[in-house]
Design a protein around this ligand. Structure first.
Ligand SMILES: NC(=O)c1ccc[n+]([C@@H]2O[C@H](COP(=O)([O-])OP(=O)(O)OC[C@H]3O[C@@H](n4cnc5c(N)ncnc54)[C@H](OP(=O)(O)O)[C@@H]3O)[C@@H](O)[C@H]2O)c1
Length: 308
């Protein structure tokens, strides 16, 4: 039996569904009973637990052959982000130790090898460090920038032919991966024999510059879309306007800056793995969900989720 945290989210949902499809027993960790019935119908056990709760997580992991662990993104308005995420990591550390789970996959990020200068990704560096100190076999899955992050830029692309981007220069490719690929790779890693510590760095089938991201949107929409490059410093007021705390907005800005200056990158530049899902497929799903694909007509298709 495998325990999956974040099962209602982008990657955890794919890990859990992939394992169920292979006939494995799965226990999903949710915090909201209203999301449980679908999982029970799909054949999963459900445990309700907050990721800060070491005792509940220990019970959830008891008897498991492996666990998929992630640190959820902090709620936008949150403050005390580092302290809070460290409390979560500590609860996971206690649960891994007390439950005796023999192997876990930790979702991490490119750049998490660095202790400083990566903004929000520093939380993942600390998770790698503290969970790694247990000495329990651990697979660190360091993912590239999620293709799904561009969802914020699709409405202006649809409405005004403009793709806002904080990455620059706009013709420089960035590693990007679909959350579906992350979930599928994590499921495979859980099924493989556990090694003491391994790092898997994962990106998509090709890398895309912001210009190529705009081209992808343009191709799908059937009309021009061009990049509108913003200075990274403009990110803080923009995110605050959207309800982010100043603290979290700065952490996101620092991460974006770290990607721009090549600090938040893979540790082993020639050894990373590539997934198979293209940006066309991800944008296709998101635009269908927005009912914005011209050949379908507005309102012609039910909304679909890219992460399930
Ligand atoms: N975005 C990127 O480009 C990128 C790149 C590399 C790595 N990452 C890392 O990927 C991770 C996010 O993965 P994801 O996109 O799969 O997550 P996600 O879709 O944001 O889902 C988060 C999940 O965690 C659950 N959750 C939130 N707070 C919880 C709590 N206190 N107790 C129990 N469950 C809780 C949520 O449940 P509810 O449904 O109840 O909210 C949801 O299932 C982060 O660690 C991020 O740093 C992101």
């Amino acid at each position: 039996m495998y325990v999956i945290t974040g099962a209602s989210g982008h990657t955890g949902s794919v890990v859990a569904r992939s394992l169920l499809e292979r006939g494995e027993r799965v226990r999903v960790v949710l915090r909201d009973e209203s999301k449980a019935s679908a999982w029970r119908q799909w054949g999963a056990e459900v445990v309700l637990a907050d990721l800060h709760d070491a005792a509940a997580l220990t019970l959830a992991m008891m008897g498991a052959r492996g666990a998929y662990l992630l640190l959820p993104p902090p709620p936008p308005s949150s403050t005390g982000v580092m302290e809070d995420r460290l409390r979560m990591v500590d609860a996971m550390r206690q649960a891994v130790k007390a439950s005796g789970v023999p192997h876990f996959v930790l979702l991490s990020s490119m750049g998490a090898q660095h202790a400083e200068g990566t903004g929000l990704v520093k939380t993942l560096h600390l998770a790698e460090r503290d969970l790694g100190a247990l000495g329990v076999p651990m697979t660190i899955l360091r993912a590239a920038y999620f293709m799904e992050n561009w969802s914020f830029a699709l409405p202006p692309a649809v409405e005004a032919g403009v793709l806002p981007s904080f990455f620059g220069p706009s013709d420089r490719p960035i590693h990007m991966v679909a959350t579906r690929d992350i979930g599928e790779v994590a499921a495979r890693m859980l099924l493989e024999p556990a090694l003491s510590r391994r790092v898997v760095e994962l990106t998509g089938p090709v890398d895309y510059s912001p210009d190529e991201v705009a081209d992808t949107a343009a191709r799908l929409l059937g009309r021009p879309v061009h990049v509108e490059e913003h200075n990274v410093a403009a990110m803080v007021p923009m995110l605050e306007e959207l309800g982010f705390s100043g603290e979290l907005a700065h952490l996101v800005m620092e991460l974006t800056e770290a990607i721009n200056r090549g600090h938040a990158v893979f540790e082993r530049p020639r050894q990373f793995a590539r997934g198979r899902t293209t940006l066309d497929e991800v944008f296709g799903g998101m635009l269908r969900a927005m009912k914005a694909l011209p050949h379908l007509g507005f309102g012609a298709e039910e909304s679909t989720s890219v992460s399930q």
